[in-house]
Design a protein around this ligand. Structure first.
Ligand SMILES: [Ca+2]
Ligand SMILES: [Ca+2]
Ligand SMILES: [Ca+2]
Length: 456
């Protein structure tokens, strides 16, 4: 080998070595950067479409990796493990429900929960709006509808079909007006079924079917009343004992004259709530406000969340719901503090500059797609101003006081979703889903389910 050839040979070998070392360094840097949780790019991808008014997504605890989609019209649709929506709905309850208004309606099939032991007992639960019973809250006024939570079983022959005839009504409550149905059901980490029910509807927690409570400065008050009905509460019942259910022994009003199903009270329209899959398994709830404030609450056993004494952190006035009162009680007559929200947003009608028509309670992210969102509460804005421009927020839970929150920016939707945001869902891996549609009402086929994912 000539000297010149030897030199060039060595240069080539050294060059290869350099390239090899450079690749090693780059690989190490990549390794380091993933460990150091460099922010990924949140985006949403389509999971199912051609829905009417989807409100939630639930995964059954049976290992099937299916997703069940609740459509307000009364149908539950299944998306299989292969990502394909089945052509036949799991169940269709429309024949058992009130007729819904195409333009706008808060009634219908509002949520679904699987029994924790669904894999073995095939039981699941639906919250829906049935035809009203005869009679009404006062002479000459009929009930608008009947809230019904029922147990059903999956068909013995086909795990993708429910047995409609297996219905066992668990809990029913007469509802005076069409709105404020609440409408979430979920099993807590304690195995009990939690149910959110609104104040009965109308406005200001007033009118037929809204009883007077301890706070006589404001008229009405199903939110504060604990005796006359189940409205304005989060309830907790044991569906595995009793017929049709029993009261958990440590429910807060056991041994009193109050309704023993009540777990927490003082809500206006607790439309969506969820349990954190991790951490302390907190119950996080979005309560829709009247005219000025929207709120997210951390719900604890026996807690009083203020309505209709307070709207958010403000003192509410039934004399004029656009003006707060200068002061109001800090506690109820039982000495319970009126618990303020952890997040408060100004309602779109707030003259001080509103941001949302209604807040939509979401879920704490516990998935693996977006590590930087681990433990972050994702919630939503149904619409900023009445148009199809809902959006997402993210909030960092704080040990005390108000939680900081900001927009959760999505790659393909940098300003808003271009849709009405109607609800959330979470699979058993902790990933989060959105339910949205292009219209406010229960009509059309613009309803879609999206999954939050890292688009990078
Ligand atoms: Ca009152
Ligand atoms: Ca009540
Ligand atoms: Ca409140």
């Amino acid at each position: 080998m000539k000297a010149s050839k030897l030199v060039s040979y060595l240069l080539v070998r050294l060059g290869s070595l350099f390239v090899f070392v450079a690749v090693l360094i780059t690989a190490c840097e990549k390794q380091d950067s993933s460990n150091a949780s460099v922010a990924s790019t949140p985006n949403i991808k389509l999971i199912a479409d051609n829905l009417v008014s989807p409100l939630s997504v639930v995964e059954p605890p049976d290992g099937s990796k299916r997703l069940f989609i609740v459509d307000q019209v009364g149908k539950v649709w299944i998306v299989g493990a292969d990502g394909v929506k089945l052509p036949t709905p799991f169940i269709d309850l429309a024949g058992k429900m009130v007729n819904l208004s195409a333009g706008y309606d808060e009634r219908g099939l509002l949520s679904m929960a699987f029994h924790p032991n669904f894999k073995n007992n095939g039981k699941f639960y639906l919250f829906y709006t049935a035809l009203p019973r005869t009679g009404g809250p006062q002479p000459g006024v009929n009930w608008n509808n009947l809230t019904r939570i029922s147990e059903f079983k999956v068909s013995a022959a086909n795990s993708n079909l429910a047995d409609l005839n297996s219905e066992r009504a668990i809990l029913e409550e007469d509802h005076p007006q069409s709105n404020h149905n609440g409408g979430t059901i979920a099993f807590g980490p304690d195995g009990y079924l939690y149910i959110s029910i609104g104040d009965g509807g109308g406005s200001n927690d007033n009118g037929a079917g809204h009883v007077p409570d301890w706070y006589t400065v404001n008229t009405g008050g199903n939110g504060q009343d604990l005796y006359a009905n189940l409205l304005g509460n989060v309830l907790r019942i044991d569906v595995d004992n009793g017929n049709p259910y029993s009261i958990p022994a440590d429910n807060p009003f056991v041994g009193t004259n109050a309704k023993k199903e009540i777990y927490a009270y003082g809500f206006r329209n607790p439309y969506r709530f969820s349990f954190d899959m991790g951490g302390a398994h907190q119950l996080l709830l979005g309560d829709a406000g009247q005219a000025l404030y929207e709120e997210i609450d951390v719900v604890t056993k026996g807690g009083n969340y203020g309505w209709n004494v307070k709207e958010g952190t403000a003192c509410f006035s039934t004399d004029n719901n656009m003006q707060t009162r200068a002061s109001c009680p800090l506690t109820d007559t039982a000495g319970k503090p009126l618990i303020d929200p952890v997040i408060e947003l100004k309602n779109a009608a707030n003259p001080a500059g509103g941001v949302t028509v209604v807040v939509v309670g979401g879920n704490v992210y516990r998935g693996s797609e977006l590590p930087e969102l681990q433990g972050v509460y994702i919630f939503g804005n149904y619409s900023q101003d009445g148009r199809a421009n809902g959006k997402l927020y993210k909030a960092s839970p704080a040990a005390s006081g108000m939680w900081a929150y900001e927009d959760l920016k999505l790659k393909d939707f940098p300003t808003d979703l271009g849709m009405f945001l109607k609800g959330f869902g979470q699979d058993l891996s902790g990933e989060i889903y959105l339910a949205a549609s292009g219209v406010q009402g229960v009509s059309g086929t613009s309803g879609k389910i999206y999954k939050l994912f890292a688009d990078n």
